[in-house]
Structures are given as C-alpha cells and as structure tokens.
Design a protein around this ligand. Structure first.
Ligand SMILES: C[S@@+](CC[C@H](N)C(=O)[O-])C[C@H]1O[C@@H](n2cnc3c(N)ncnc32)[C@H](O)[C@@H]1O
Length: 275
C-alpha cells in the first residue's frame, strides 16, 4: 500500500537482492519523506479511527478478525507498522490499551496529528517490527494493516518477534499484499491481469536513487513461506483470509482496482494464534 508510483512508474526499478539493514534504512527514509503525501492521498479512505484491512475497504467492524469485539475492552494490543495509527485508534476506541509502533518518525508525527484531530489517543513508539522493544508475552493481540510485513527482508524474524511478545493464546492478525500479486504487473488496468513474472521468484523489488543507493524496497514471500514462518515461530494458523472486492468499492489504490479485484485476490490476512 505504498504510493501509486512505487512500482509501475518508478524511474529506476528492478528485482535485486537487498539486505535487512539496507532495506530498513531505505524504507525509513522513504516513509519519512512520503508520509504527508501518502496520507493526503489515502487518509480519507482509511479514516482517522478505523481499522481497514486493505484496499478492498473491509473494516474490522465488518470482518471481526481480532475475535469477539467485546473482548477488546481491557486487552493489551500492539500495532506494528501502524503508520498514522488509524487501526490502533479504532481498537483503543473499543476500550483496549494500545501501543502503535512504526519504523518511520514521519508516519508517527502524522499519527500525533491525527490523534489530536480525532480526540482518540494511542501510545506511540518508533521501532522496526523485527526488533520489538517489548517484553515476552506482553500483549493479547498484535495487528497490522499492511504495515511492516511486505517491507521487511527477514519475514521469519518478524514473525518470531510477533510470537515472542504475544501471550500464549494471544492472536496476531496481519494483512499484507496477496502473494499472487507478485506475478502480475502492479497496475490497475488490463495490463495487470497477465502474469509476467514467476510467483516463486522471491527476489526483492527495489527502487534506486540515481546514485544507485536503495530508495525503496518490498520483499515477496509465497503463501507457503508465510505459513511456514508463522508455524516455525510458534504460531498456529487460525485462518488465511482473502477478502473479496466488494461491489460498493469503486476506488483504485495503486495496483488495486475493482477490475483486478473482481478476478484476483489483492490482500492476504494472516490470522494466527500463539501456541
Ligand atoms: C502502507 S503503511 C500501513 C500503515 C497503515 N495501516 C495504513 O494503512 O496506512 C506501511 C507502514 O509500514 C511501515 N514500515 C515499513 N517497514 C517497517 C518495519 N520494518 N517495521 C515497522 N514498520 C515498518 C511504514 O513506515 C509505514 O508506516
């Protein structure tokens, strides 16, 4: 769910190996620089106090993936890659104690603005989702709507961290780009309906600055990889949700569009529980 120019129109874009450190540094800079524009473009769709799982527009109030809504009251909740913390704010409004975290100080500054505007506050902290500064079993729920998961080089490490901070029986609900999308050009129209690369090619997507340094990157895993990483981390797979494009949504978000949404899944939501 990055800006519309991050795949198709990028001037220097390629599939190339890129390590964890370089990935985090580049993506922190990118989200810092893009925070304002990103929210100007997508903020109204996301809402200030709303947990929207992806460009399909399904909200947690409709899907109930976090579990029984009444149980959110008093729950301890960690949002990773929370951006402007819209999702965390919705959970807080249900009575949960929420910490919303993000790699980018720019996105957290936007979160503070939205908290003031909406009158719903959540605790904020800056961290990489692969290195969570929280104690073991500190949370009942970990969630993200498109934060961190598509952006980290070490998916296994991220899920190990999620499992570590969850209490036994706690739930993680993590949405991300549906892996099948990696086989198709990331454009909203007809050209986005023909597979052009291998689904099995895990080589990262990289945009470079004119001097060759990494500007932005995303990392692909297959569905099998995600499940394997979750199970290895000590998480049980409760559900893999592939939300269908609802007829009510006529909005395009980057490569996510009604045309493609009618034919292909755009979002994968991992619903996991700590063993
Ligand atoms: C598409 S936004 C998702 C945030 C929000 N839920 C939304 O829909 O706008 C992606 C977020 O992931 C964050 N992010 C990227 N890499 C991360 C990492 N390694 N750890 C934590 N957050 C990360 C970005 O800074 C950005 O705020």
């Amino acid at each position: 769910m990055s800006g519309d120019d991050t795949w198709a129109d990028a001037p220097i874009a390629e599939r190339a190996p890129v390590g964890a450190r370089e990935t985090a540094d580049a993506n922190r800079r990118w989200w810092d620089a893009e925070a304002e524009d990103y929210l100007a473009e997508h903020g109204a769709f996301l809402g200030d106090v709303e947990l929207v799982w992806g460009p399909e527009g399904w909200a947690e109030a409709e899907l109930g993936l976090l579990g029984d809504r009444s149980a959110l009251s008093g729950a301890t909740v960690l949002e990773i890659g929370g951006g402007a913390a819209q999702g965390g704010r919705w959970v807080a409004a249900q009575g949960a104690r929420v910490v919303s975290t993000d790699l980018s100080g720019g996105m957290l500054a936007a979160a503070r603005t939205v908290s003031r505007r909406s009158g719903v506050d959540v605790e904020l902290a800056q961290c990489d989702a692969c290195v969570l500064p929280f104690a073991e079993a500190a949370f009942d729920i970990v969630l993200t709507a498109y934060g961190a998961i598509p952006f980290v080089a070490d998916s296994a490490r991220l899920l190990t961290e999620v499992a570590r901070v969850l209490r036994p029986g706690g739930r993680a609900v993590l949405s991300t780009t549906h892996p099948i999308r990696w086989a198709f050009p990331d454009v909203p129209g007809e050209a986005g309906l023909t597979a052009t690369t291998s689904y099995f090619d895990r080589t990262p997507y990289v945009e470079r600055e004119p001097d060759g340094s990494v500007r932005y990157t995303e990392h692909h895993r297959t569905i099998g990889d995600r499940v394997r990483d979750a199970v290895a981390a000590g998480l049980r797979v409760v559900d893999l949700v592939e939300p269908e494009w609802p007829a009510r949504n006529d909005q395009t978000w980057g490569g996510w569009s009604p045309l493609r949404g009618r034919l292909l899944p755009g979002t994968l939501v991992l619903v996991l529980e700590r063993s």
